[in-house]
Design a binder for this molecule. Structure first.
Ligand SMILES: *[C@@H]1O[C@H](CO)[C@@H](O)[C@H](O)[C@H]1NC(C)=O
Length: 505
């Protein structure tokens, strides 16, 4: 009896020891972790961003937490993030492969693919194709202008009324990338696009929400019918739509004369037929959905933020419009090249990207080998979370870290300071996603629409909120404090279109 008790006790003790989360030698510091739970209690499930900032004050720019039993390293501030993602880009270029997002996307596509031959191959393919279809050339601008006309029409129908721009911008961004991917745009009422947009928005929300964090922390609950199941269903729906588009392309395409990215991929598949290739039709569906989502979500959230802030800070909107009047003087259409003469607009767009903080924790990385960072040792395969938000508002790096102020990107001579460009640490040593098109797209979007449209907060809509898919998003908080109620719309001198946008839902 006594022996059994001792044995049992030893067993329990052994199990607890096994479960206890221990930091490897010279690992970044962090709060003590509980068995099984890890540091779950130190993070708010609703919005861990604040906790990340709080822990930074206590443990420094590089610290660690346990996600259930798994150690992860949080990077804060420009210097730590730059050292990891730029200086040691390759060491930190991996992607974790056992998280919610991986299961949802079935480990396919480009955004979440681990650093390796498949990612490299697909990235090269996507970049070349995007370039051929005019990313960075004027034909892309043509697509944007064309689509923008539909948006302006939709807005014009609502003159004097309030509209919710969320879905509108999402559709617009989606259509622009759809033309590159599938060679077509969809009417805003189209069932296809309505369903896809709904699935994208829901999944962005679920991925940033508490259930995804619980899923990541407790492998045991992954098969239970909990709210995250919805995300898997949504992916099934979008994959089915994607497959339908791909097979339609297969039936109608002319070999050697590609209309869009899907055609290019199919051509490439034919070329490699018989070879042992990573390209496949299922991959194509995932890759195009990935690019579609990345190009849609980032662009529309950036635009939403931009419009919201321009409404809330009418003096900045006015200065932009002044510059537009002086430089463009009614010239149509605005081209990407015009930006060189419009430092204030450019700075405003950078500033919107900074404030929007659309992907506050980046896409999670992981280490591809044992490496070091700021004097700490980090073993291979460690989950890395770059807290980009911490760099975008870092004290000492910006003239006005907590304000929406284009001056953050202007030097004394009123020119845009390139050294403060955001992209350097927004990417893994060389990311491919819609981000390129996101920032590229923003210029003609905001340029053109600001030329025609003056946006104002509808009166009585003081409590504007931005539905960005991420709870606790800084925009909504800022507006609650700073946003003056703006009831009046002012007509622009030429192109007299004025519209009231209400951003509440
Ligand atoms: C982390 O959570 C534990 C358990 O709730 C608590 O005792 C500890 O003070 C927390 N530490 C920090 C830094 O928040």
């Amino acid at each position: 009896m006594f022996v059994s008790i001792i044995l049992l006790w030893l067993c329990v003790w052994f199990i607890v020891l096994q479960l206890k989360s221990r930091r490897p030698k010279n690992f970044p510091p962090g709060p003590p972790a509980l068995p099984v739970l890890g540091n779950l209690l130190n993070l708010s499930l609703e919005n861990p961003l604040k906790d990340f900032e709080r822990l930074r004050k206590k443990y420094g720019d590089v610290y660690s937490l346990f996600l259930g039993p798994k150690p992860m390293v949080i990077l804060n501030g420009q210097s730590a993030i730059k050292e990891a993602l730029v200086t040691k880009g390759i060491d930190f270029a991996g992607r974790p492969d056992d998280l919610f997002v991986n299961d949802v996307t079935q480990r396919r596509g480009v955004i979440l693919a681990d650093f390796g031959p498949s990612w490299r191959d697909h990235r090269r393919f996507a970049l070349t194709t995007m370039r051929n279809f005019g990313l960075g050339k004027n034909s892309m601008a043509d697509r944007i202008h064309g689509e923008l006309q539909y948006t302006v029409d939709a807005l014009e129908k609502n003159i004097g009324k309030s509209v919710s721009p969320g879905i509108l911008f999402y559709n617009m961004a989606s259509n622009i990338i759809c033309q590159v991917l599938f060679g077509t745009r969809f009417e805003y009422e189209d069932e296809f696009i309505k369903v896809i947009v709904r699935c994208f928005r829901e999944n962005a929300k679920i991925t940033n929400g508490p259930w995804a964090m619980l899923y990541d922390s407790f492998p045991l609950i992954r098969n239970l019918p909990l709210p995250f199941v919805k995300a898997f269903e949504n992916v099934k729906v979008t994959m089915a739509f994607g497959r339908a588009l791909v097979s339609e392309h297969k039936n109608t395409k002319v070999p050697g004369d590609p209309r869009d990215l899907v055609d290019c991929y199919l051509d490439e598949l034919d070329k490699r037929a018989g070879e042992d290739s990573i390209l496949s039709e299922e991959e194509l569906v995932s890759v195009s959905l990935d690019l579609h989502f990345a190009g849609t979500d980032t662009t529309s959230n950036t635009l939403l933020t931009g419009f919201l802030y321009l409404m809330a800070f009418p003096h900045i909107q006015e200065r932009c419009q002044q510059e537009i009047d002086e430089v463009l003087g009614g010239k149509h259409p605005v081209t990407f090249e015009d930006r060189h003469n419009m430092p204030y607009m450019q700075a405003m767009i950078h500033e919107v990207q900074r404030i929007a903080n659309t992907v506050p924790l980046s896409v999670f990385h992981s280490t591809t080998k044992d490496t070091e960072l700021m004097g700490y040792s980090i073993p291979r395969g460690t989950l890395i979370i770059p807290n980009l938000g911490s760099a975008l508002k870092e004290e000492g790096q910006w003239k006005f870290p907590d304000e929406f102020n284009p001056e953050n990107f202007l030097n004394d001579k009123g020119r845009v300071c390139q050294t403060r460009g955001l992209p350097a640490f927004l990417c893994r040593s060389s990311d491919v996603s819609g981000r390129g098109s996101g920032s590229y797209g923003a210029f003609p979007h905001l340029g053109d629409s600001a030329e025609e449209v003056q946006v104002c907060l509808a009166s009585g809509r003081r409590r504007a909120r931005l539905d960005s898919g991420l709870r606790g998003h800084p925009v909504s908080q800022t507006l609650l404090h700073e946003c003056p109620a703006q009831g009046d719309t002012v007509r622009r001198s030429y192109n007299p279109v004025s519209i009231i946008l209400a951003t509440s839902h």
